[in-house]
Design a protein around this ligand. Structure first.
Ligand code: BGC
Ligand code: ZN
Length: 373
């Protein structure tokens, strides 16, 4: 069967290759974990979302092949349909729509309690990213433990399950950490960046009743600003209103969700957070980027203001469930808005070159591959 793979370490190596079709009895990542007897699920891939991580893997900035091979099947944002289940699987059945988590457990205590999303080991195992093959292929097998059901009436948004899990986790982490304050009730949030993560975070924060300002460069109106406004948030073009001006107009935010992919903005965000506020970092920034900041001022204000920085990556199955719930809640409250994120479909695995090209296109909000119907 067909799969889209790269040769990690070799730039622009994305290619189509033939791999054996999986069977229910396979062990997909025996170097990491084994599927217990009867707990395997065979899934047919329907759609795969791609993001900057896939682009960076193809640029050889990121990612490793599973041991013993030279290629890595990419794709970590899965929407699929169950084909077959093992005798001990009760959670899903053939025909169910599903997504699948990305990280597999390493050896730390966190991994042992099902929190592989916060493994304390430096080596992490992620399907389609690091040391485990991904989903950009026709079908795959995994442990029922990592398969998450997507409701039938949410199938048009199923491909957003993984990015939604990342947002839902990051926001939950901030709220959990803010329990240190006993009575934290954030009124105002800034979301930095209006890519898929920024937009989903905008929606999730609005669903919590927070006043949200979503900042990006390009002046509206355009699709991103329309989505932001349709969620009931305000779109701010930093070309028209700087971060400092926005703070002057509306006040400092209690919560900042940083998702620009720009390391400088991670630090600029530190300069505007309100007392007792939380700053969430989710950007994955490859390469090297040095910036100058007034470290004394930031330190002073952060200490005097009891501020908190929460960095968050990945999501385990509970975060997928939270993300899928948020997508459902969002669909109910803002019908038809979230699907506007799905801008650039690619037809079939054969379209892998177009898929990589679209990842370079700044206008492409979400690139995804329709693998099968
Ligand atoms: C994925 C996460 C993953 C992270 C780090 C992101 O693109 O969505 O699931 O943990 O990359 O590799
Ligand atoms: Zn990703």
């Amino acid at each position: 069967m067909k799969a889209v793979a790269v040769l990690p370490g070799k730039p622009n190596s994305v290619h189509l290759r033939d791999i054996p079709a999986p069977k229910l009895t396979d062990q997909p990542h025996p170097h990491v974990c084994r599927i217990p007897d009867g707990r395997a699920v065979l899934v047919k891939t329907l759609q795969i979302g791609v993001d900057a991580t896939d682009r960076e893997i193809n640029e050889a900035l990121y990612g490793n092949a599973p041991p013993g091979g030279d290629h890595l099947v990419i794709g970590h944002e899965l929407f699929g349909r169950v084909l077959e289940v093992g005798s001990k699987v009760t959670e899903v059945k053939p025909g169910d729509f599903v997504s699948c988590t990305v990280r597999r457990p390493g050896g730390s205590l966190f991994d042992q309690i099902g929190r592989n999303d916060i493994t304390s080991e430096e080596v992490y195992y992620e399907r389609g990213i690091n040391l485990c093959h991904g989903y950009l292929t026709e079908s795959f097998v995994d442990d029922a433990e990592y398969i998450v059901k997507v409701p039938q009436n949410l199938k048009h948004l199923g491909v957003l399950s993984e990015p939604a899990s990342v947002c839902a986790k990051a926001i939950e982490q901030a709220f959990l950490a803010q329990q240190r304050l006993q009575v934290w009730q954030p009124r105002r949030a800034f979301v930095m960046g209006a890519g898929q993560i920024g937009l989903l975070a905008t929606m999730m924060l609005k669903l919590r009743g927070i006043e949200v300002y979503t900042l990006a460069t390009k002046p509206g109106p355009h699709r991103k600003s329309e989505i932001v406004e349709a969620y009931g948030a305000k779109y701010i073009s930093t070309k028209q209103t700087s971060l400092a001006e926005l703070v002057k107009q509306v006040g400092k935010p209690d919560l900042i969700f940083e998702a620009t992919g720009n390391a400088e903005l991670c630090f600029r965000s530190m300069e505007v957070l309100a007392h007792n506020g939380a700053l969430i970092w989710t950007s994955i920034t490859g390469g090297k980027h040095e910036v100058t900041v007034d470290a004394a001022r930031i330190n002073l204000e952060w200490v005097l203001g009891n501020k908190l920085l929460v960095a968050s990556v990945n999501g385990n199955r509970r975060h997928f469930e939270l993300g899928i719930q948020a997508l459902s809640h969002g669909e109910h409250t803002y019908p038809g808005v979230t699907e506007r994120i799905l801008t650039h479909p690619v037809n079939g695995l054969d379209g892998y070159k177009e898929m990589m090209q679209l990842l370079e296109d700044k206008e492409a909000l979400k690139v995804y591959v329709n693998v099968a119907t």
